[in-house]
Design a protein around this ligand. Structure first.
Ligand code: PXG
Ligand code: PLP
Length: 435
C-alpha cells in the first residue's frame, strides 16, 4: 500500500486519474456540498439523481438517528417491523391507481433484477411459463447486475461481461437529433419507434415474451425524453400481446419529472415500476418494485403456508431505510416537492436553452427538472470535452454529471431560480473556456 488512497477501488471512476487529483466532499446541506478544502459547491445533480429534497434535511436526519437507537435491524424473511408496512402503504398511495403492492430492495439494480424475476415468475404461475424472453431498449440503463446489463443497452456496461442472460432482445432507442435537436420538453417525432416492438413480436412470437423494460426518460445514457405518444404506443402493443410493461423509474421516480412518477407525468401506467434513489432521498440505500394488484394476486395461490415468491434480500425493508423513507416522503409532502418540477420546468427549460449556440453544443434536452446538454466529441477523444467541462464547473463551484459527451443536470427539487441562473451561468462560462 503506497498512499492512503490506494485500497479503495472506485466504482465507475477513472481511478488513476482521480487518485492523482482527488475531488473530495466532506459536508452537505440544502443545495450545497463543501469540499475537504472548504469550498462550497452547488449540487446540480442531487448527488447522483437521488437527493431530491436536498441535503441534511432535519426530519430525515432525526428519523435515521432515532431508528438506529431504537432497533438497528430486523429480519425481513418470515418476520417484519411496522415501518415496512407504513412505507409500503405510503409508496402505494403515491403510485398510479391500481399499483399498490411494494417489494423492497436496496438499490435500483436490485429493483431491476426483482422486477425481471417477478415478470418471469408471474407468467409461469399463470401457466404461461414459455414467456421467458425479456426485451430492453438500446441505450437503456438498468443498473449493473446481470439481468440489468442484459436488458440494458449501454455498450461499455455490457461488452466485458460475456453472454449475460440468454433470451434477451432490444428495441431501438428514441434518440433522433436530425428531427428533434433542441426540442423543449417532449420531442414531437418518434412515437412510431414503439412499433419496433412489433418487429420483435413478429420475430420471436408474443407467446415467448415476458416483459419489456424501459426508462420513461433514459437518464444515464444522456437524458433521452420520450417522444410524444411513444410510451402510450408501447403500452398498447404490450396489452395487445399480453406482455408486461416495466417502467424503470429509478431516476424519474419521486418528483423528477413533475409528478410522483414518470408514469403519471406521461399518463401511461405500466405493470411494474422499479424505483430507488429518491425513495430515501439517497440517505440510506433502498429500492422498491411497485406491482399492480393483479400481479400480486396471481402469486397468492396454493397452500397458505408456502412462500409465494422465492426472492428477497437480507436488507429488504431495512429499518433505517424505512425510517429514512417515511421521513423523506413526509418532507416531500410538507414542501410540495413532488410537483415542484412541474412548476419550475418552464424557467429551467428557458434557462437551459439559452446555452444553444455556445461552442460545441449540438443538442439540449429537458423535462421536469432534468436537463441534458450534448456536446460534439473531440476528434479521437470521446467524452473528453464533457469531462473538461465537468472539471471546470467543479473548480468554479458547481457539480454536474457527464456521460459520454452529454452533460446531465438533475438538481435537488428544492432548487430556487437563482440556483438555476448560477448553474446555467457557470456552464456557459465553462463551455466557452473549454470550447
Ligand atoms: N435503473 C435506472 C433507470 C437507473 O438510472 C439504476 C437502474 C441502478 O440503480 P443503482 O441504485 O443500483 O445504481 C439506475 C441508476 C449516471 C448514473 O451516470 C445513473 C445511475 C447510477 C449511477 C450513475 O447518470 N442510475
Ligand atoms: N452470499 C451468501 C453466502 C449469503 O449467505 C447471502 C445471504 O444470506 C448472500 C450472498 C446474499 O446477500 P444479500 O441478502 O445481502 O443480498
Amino acid at each position: 500500500m503506497n498512499t492512503p488512497l490506494d485500497a479503495y477501488w472506485m466504482p465507475f471512476t477513472a481511478n488513476r486519474q482521480f487518485k492523482k487529483a482527488p475531488r473530495m466532499f466532506k459536508k452537505a446541506s440544502g443545495m450545497h456540498y463543501w469540499t475537504d478544502d472548504g469550498r462550497q459547491v452547488l449540487d446540480g445533480v442531487a448527488g447522483l439523481w437521488c437527493v431530491n429534497a436536498g441535503h441534511a434535511r432535519p426530519k430525515i436526519v432525526q428519523a435515521i438517528a432515532e431508528q438506529a437507537a431504537e432497533m438497528d435491524y430486523a429480519p425481513p424473511f418470515q418476520m417484519a417491523h411496522p415501518k415496512a408496512f407504513e412505507l409500503a402503504h405510503k409508496v402505494a398511495e403515491l403510485a398510479p391507481a391500481g399499483m399498490n403492492k411494494v417489494f423492497f430492495t436496496n438499490s435500483g439494480s436490485e429493483s431491476v433484477e426483482t422486477a425481471l424475476k417477478m415478470a418471469l415468475a408471474y407468467h409461469r404461475v399463470r401457466g404461461e411459463g414459455q414467456r421467458t424472453r425479456l426485451i430492453g431498449r438500446e441505450r437503456g440503463y438498468h443498473g449493473v447486475n446481470f439481468g440489468g446489463i442484459s436488458v440494458g443497452g449501454m455498450v461499455a456496461n455490457r461488452k466485458m461481461f460475456g453472454t449475460m442472460l440468454g433470451g434477451v432482445d432490444h428495441i431501438r432507442h428514441t434518440h433522433d437529433p436530425a428531427r428533434n435537436a433542441f426540442s423543449v420538453g417532449q420531442p414531437a417525432h418518434g412515437a412510431e419507434l414503439a412499433e419496433d416492438l412489433e418487429r420483435l413480436v413478429a420475430l420471436h412470437d408474443a407467446s415467448t415474451i415476458a416483459a419489456v423494460i424501459v426508462e420513461p426518460v433514459a437518464g444515464s445514457t444522456g437524458v433521452l425524453v420520450p417522444p410524444v405518444g411513444y410510451l402510450n404506443r408501447l403500452r398498447e402493443i404490450c396489452d395487445k400481446h399480453g406482455i408486461l410493461l416495466i417502467f424503470d423509474e429509478v431516476i424519474t421516480g419521486f418528483g423528477r419529472t413533475g409528478a410522483a412518477f414518470g408514469a403519471q407525468t406521461f399518463g401511461v401506467t405500466p405493470d411494474l415500476i422499479t424505483c430507488a434513489k429518491g425513495l430515501t432521498n439517497g440517505c440510506v440505500p433502498m429500492g422498491a418494485v411497485i406491482a399492480r394488484q393483479s400481479i400480486y394476486d396471481t402469486f397468492m395461490q396454493g397452500p397458505e403456508h408456502l412462500i409465494e415468491f422465492f426472492h428477497g434480500y437480507t436488507y429488504s425493508a431495512h429499518p433505517l431505510a424505512c425510517a429514512a423513507g417515511l421521513a423523506t416522503l413526509e418532507t416531500y409532502a410538507d414542501e410540495g416537492l413532488l410537483t415542484r418540477a412541474a412548476e419550475l420546468q418552464g424557467y429551467f427549460a428557458e434557462a437551459l436553452h439559452t446555452l444553444k449556440g455556445l461552442p460545441s453544443v449540438i443538442d439540449i434536452r429537458n423535462v421536469g427538472l432534468v436537463g441534458g446538454i450534448e456536446l460534439s466529441p473531440r476528434a479521437g477523444a470521446p467524452a473528453a470535452r464533457a469531462f473538461d467541462v465537468f472539471l471546470d464547473c467543479f473548480n468554479a463551484g458547481l457539480l454536474i454529471r457527464t456521460t459520454g459527451d452529454t452533460i446531465a443536470l438533475s438538481p435537488p427539487l428544492i432548487i430556487e431560480r437563482q440556483h438555476i441562473d448560477q448553474i446555467v451561468g457557470t456552464l456557459a462560462t465553462a463551455l466557452k473556456r473549454v470550447a
